[in-house]
Design a protein around this ligand. Structure first.
Ligand code: ARG
Length: 263
């Protein structure tokens, strides 16, 4: 009886060791290294939660680019500020979250080349008389904290102005506007449009002020001096050149991308 147990134990151990060594030595596709990609999944259509899963344009593009470079993606919703922190500290391999490439952020992070063109937009209740940034001067605005919308609000009202209310997530800022806590929300145009499209009865409208908001470009964001940045940048270029980017773009936006804008 004892012998048999020892034998069983030995077989089990061999199997375990075999498994282990198999994992370590294989470098075929099934063993592709998984990268931890962090995001704030409350930014449809770029990233949002469907059950537990983070889906959206960024999810599909990220997957395609990582795959092109020989990686798999673990796309994790950790929240905006947490995402910034984890990426800065190298706890995540990179962040993909409709993140605008700014000079200020470049001091702390590395970025890929641009993959999307964006600009800020003003969301207001349907009956609002706001038609420009100028009209906001005596109003209050909601923004997602530490975003470019937040930067723009600081530029308009002054840093730390009491007219700016900062929220953890974009949907919270929009809800605040609907309950009358703020008069307007400043947010990325495509996200504003998506909100109006999926909530046609929400009673909000979008206001463009082209003269007041500059063009922004989204990029993948890496910890400073990350070795992955160059590698994934090449893969991004390849995905743009080989038609995969256009396919994903068409799926989410129903039209051909203007790739020339991004070069
Ligand atoms: N593009 C803006 C920025 O960088 C907003 C991005 C917000 N993204 C998000 N997933 N909540 O700052």
């Amino acid at each position: 009886m004892k012998k048999r147990l020892i034998l069983l134990f030995a077989i089990a151990m061999t199997a375990l060791v075999a498994c282990g060594s198999d994992d370590a030595s294989g470098d075929g596709d099934s063993d592709a290294k998984e990268l931890k990609v962090v995001t704030d999944a409350a930014f449809a259509p770029f990233e949002y939660l469907e059950g537990e899963e983070v889906v959206g344009f960024d999810a599909d593009l990220g997957k395609a680019v990582l795959e092109e470079a020989g990686y798999t993606m673990n796309f994790e919703h950790v929240g905006w500020e947490n995402m910034l922190l984890q990426t800065e500290q190298g706890e995540a391999d990179l962040a993909i979250a409709g993140i605008s490439i700014t000079d200020d952020r470049k001091k702390t992070y590395d970025f890929s080349n641009p993959y999307f063109v964006s600009t800020q937009m003003i969301l207001v209740p349907e009956d609002s008389e706001v038609t420009s940034v100028e009209d906001l001067k005596d109003k209050t605005v909601g923004v997602q904290i530490s975003t470019t919308g937040d930067n723009e609000a600081s530029r308009i009202f002054g840093e730390n102005s009491s007219q700016i209310k900062k929220y953890e997530q974009v949907p919270l800022a929009i809800m605040a506007m609907q309950s009358g806590d703020v008069d307007a929300v400043i947010v990325d145009n495509v996200v504003a449009q998506e909100y109006m499209k999926t909530n046609p009865d929400a009673g909000v409208k979008g206001v463009y002020d082209e003269d007041s908001f500059e063009v922004e470009y989204y990029g993948f964001m890496f910890p400073k001096d990350s070795k992955l940045a160059g590698e994934l940048n090449e893969a991004l270029q390849e995905v743009m050149d080989n038609g995969t980017y256009s396919e994903i773009y068409k799926e989410w936006f129903g039209q051909e991308p203007d790739l020339a804008q991004l070069q």
